[in-house]
Each structure stands twice: as structure tokens, then as C-alpha cells.
Design a protein around this ligand. Structure first.
Ligand code: FDA
Length: 332
């Protein structure tokens, strides 16, 4: 192995380690440089800022999903507080008539405290989503939560709000093709992604080629037999395969959507929309942006150099670059 991949892998592991260090976050939250780095991937700390980012995407023909950043909570009060913020978010999305739904993490809504609490809080969010004809996506966290999340989804939430709630499946996991079949059997809405968490080889493919191959297999099944899947990737090879498959199988563009992260490959997002495909962008916001930023940097450590360089340039020239200019392979 050449030194490049070794250094990248060390950087990736260090960034994932740092993403879990609350004390470091407390230190850097007040740091202007780190906050500007975060603004490449995070739409701000308030509901108003997040909705403005969604409105801007809508003006470009792109749908949005808003995610209030925050990971596991350890008190019922915090879980209920997060739930209340989601209700306010849905109210604001509705009032502003945005083409936008919401994404939630069950651990931020009390899953680590008790399933009953979590179901209670999510049910309130789903009831509000029903009132507004909106939709709630349950993000998928690390593999220790997969079964619990799917159980809660199927037994407690989807059974009561089938049109309002969907799940995420990760092609990094060995179990995912089975989960795809189960979701297809239920006619449940699935967002397919590769998976952002470091997982043991026992449950996940260590080799990226297997993750990518499984993504394509799952994608084909969801596109042909699933119910309005979200294909969440920036991988151009896979996106081109989705387009080819849709054309070859006569699957209309309204039957699925591409999904990408805020600040990543805006060029590709706009190109897809121009070509008549549906695109939704996942917009994270809130005060708890640090672990999310670290995971995005771990995915592509070259972003650190890119962002540092562009922030220094902005400081020197007083210019601002939009998140759309975040890098991708081959562009910089
Ligand atoms: P891959 O990592 O192979 O990257 C392909 C190409 O995309 C790269 O070569 C590069 O050009 C570009 N790229 C990828 N990441 C980039 C970055 N950070 N900066 C710049 N360029 C980048 N995960 C999870 O575990 N649970 C979840 O619920 C979700 N939800 C989710 C929603 C949406 C809408 C998206 C797009 C992604 C997620 N993810 C997720 C994250 C997902 O699992 C994965 O970690 C990232 O999307 C990166 O994987 P790609 O599929 O883009 O491919």
C-alpha cells in the first residue's frame, strides 16, 4: 500500500475519534474558523436559517429535508425538547410553504432512554406531519441501532403512519439486501445510503467495492419494486447507473429521487435537476454541528485542505464562496 491511503486512513480514524469528543467541541464551538468550516456543510444554528437554506434550494428546483443536529440524549427532558423543536420546524416549513420534509435520529428523541419514550416523541412529530401532509425520515445510526430502529419503525410507527414515515438502509451492512426485501414487502419508503459509521467486519463489508456493489443491487431492487426510494449518494458511477437503469427499465423519474448532502456536489445536484431528475438535499442545522462536520471531513479528508485554503483566501480577499463550491474528486 502506498503512503497516501495509509495517511488518509489514519486521518479518517482520527477525525472519527475527534467527532466523539464533547470537550473538544465545547472548545471549538466558540472558534470562528471552525464555525466557518462548519458553514460549508451545516445551514446555521436556527430554524430560520435552515428554512432559508431550504427556500434557496427550492428556488433551484431542489427539494430539501431538514435535520436538527444532535445525537443521543440522556434525559427525557432533552428528548422532549428535541421533539418540540421538530414540531416548530414542521410548523415553519408549512407556514413558508417549503418543498421540504424532516429527518430525525431516534437517539436524539430518547431511544437510549426507552423505546416507549422515543415512540411517544416520534408519534407527536408524525401526527404533526400528517396534519401538514409532510413526511418524516428516520435516519439510520450505527449498526447497534439497526434492528431496534427497524423494529420501532415497522411495529410502532409505520403501522400507524404508513404515508408519513420512512427508513434508511446502509449498503455497508451485510444484512441490507434482506432488509431491502422486507421494506419492499411492506411498501415502505427507503432511503438507501452507503453508511457513515465505522462498523466491525462481522456486520459490515470491510471492502468498499462490496459496499458499492451492494448499493447497486439494492438500488435496482428498490427502483423496480420499491416505493419511491431515495438514492442517497454523490457517487457519479452509481448515479449514472441509476439513470441508465431507469431508462432501460422504463422507470419514470417521478418514481424515485436522488438525495445529496448540503454543500456536497451542488454542481451535480443542479445538473440532475436540469436533466429532469428529482433531487432532495439533506440540510443539517443546529448548535450540535461538530460530530456531523467531523464525519463529513472523515469521508473526504481532502476537504480539510480545501476549506482551510478557501477560508484563508476569503479572509484575505473579503469574498464569500457558497457551500456549492465544496470540492469533489477531480474538481480541485
Ligand atoms: P463515497 O463516499 O464513495 O463518495 C463518492 C464521491 O462523492 C466521492 O468521490 C466524492 O466525490 C463525493 N463525496 C462524498 N462525500 C463527500 C464529502 N463529504 N465532501 C465532498 N465530496 C464528497 N449515512 C448513515 O449512516 N445514515 C443516514 O441516515 C444517512 N443519511 C444520508 C442522507 C443523505 C441525503 C446522504 C447523501 C447521505 C447520508 N448518509 C447517511 C451518509 C452516507 O452513508 C455516506 O457516508 C455519504 O453519503 C458518502 O458516501 P457516498 O455515497 O457519497 O459515496
Amino acid at each position: 500500500m502506498s503512503p497516501g491511503p495509509v495517511i488518509n486512513s489514519m486521518l479518517r480514524n482520527s477525525l472519527l475519534y475527534l467527532s466523539r469528543q464533547q470537550r473538544i467541541f465545547d472548545f471549538i464551538r466558540g472558534n470562528g474558523f471552525a464555525r466557518r468550516m462548519a458553514s460549508r456543510f451545516v445551514a446555521g444554528e436556527t430554524i430560520a436559517e435552515a428554512c432559508e437554506a431550504a427556500a434557496d434550494l427550492n428556488r433551484h428546483g431542489i427539494s430539501a429535508t431538514l435535520d436538527l443536529l444532535g445525537e443521543s440524549v440522556t434525559s427525557e427532558a432533552d428528548a422532549r425538547d428535541t421533539g418540540r423543536q421538530y414540531l416548530e420546524l414542521l410548523d415553519t416549513i408549512h407556514a413558508r410553504k417549503l418543498d421540504c420534509n424532516v429527518s430525525v435520529k431516534l437517539t436524539a428523541l430518547g431511544q437510549d432512554i426507552s423505546d416507549a419514550l422515543c415512540v411517544d416523541v416520534v408519534s407527536q412529530i408524525l401526527a404533526r406531519a400528517e396534519q401538514y401532509d409532510s413526511f418524516v425520515r428516520l435516519d439510520m445510526e450505527s449498526s447497534e441501532y439497526t434492528q431496534r430502529t427497524l423494529d420501532t419503525f415497522e411495529r410502532e410507527l409505520y403501522s400507524r403512519y404508513p404515508k408519513r414515515v420512512g427508513v434508511v438502509l446502509q449498503s455497508a451492512l451485510r444484512r441490507t439486501l434482506d432488509d431491502v426485501e422486507r421494506a419492499i414487502g411492506l411498501s415502505a419508503r427507503v432511503r438507501l445510503c452507503k453508511g457513515a459509521y465505522k462498523e466491525p467486519d462481522t456486520v459490515a463489508f470491510p471492502d468498499k467495492a462490496d459496499v458499492d456493489r451492494t448499493f447497486v443491487q439494492a438500488m435496482h431492487r428498490l427502483m423496480s419494486r420499491g416505493f419511491y426510494p431515495g438514492l442517497a449518494t454523490h457517487d457519479e458511477v452509481i448515479i449514472n447507473e441509476a439513470k441508465r437503469f431507469a431508462r432501460a427499465e422504463g422507470i419514470p423519474s417521478e418514481r424515485f429521487e436522488f438525495q445529496m448532502l448540503y454543500g456536497v456536489r451542488r454542481d451535480l445536484q443542479e445538473e440532475l435537476v436540469r436533466d429532469g431528475w428529482r433531487v432532495r438535499v439533506y440540510i443539517p442545522f443546529g448548535t450540535q454541528w461538530y460530530p456531523y462536520l467531523m464525519r463529513r471531513l472523515a469521508e473526504r479528508p481532502a476537504n480539510i485542505a480545501f476549506m482551510t485554503g478557501s477560508i484563508v483566501r476569503e479572509a484575505m480577499h473579503g469574498t464569500h464562496r457558497s457551500p456549492s463550491s465544496a470540492p469533489h474528486n477531480g474538481a480541485h
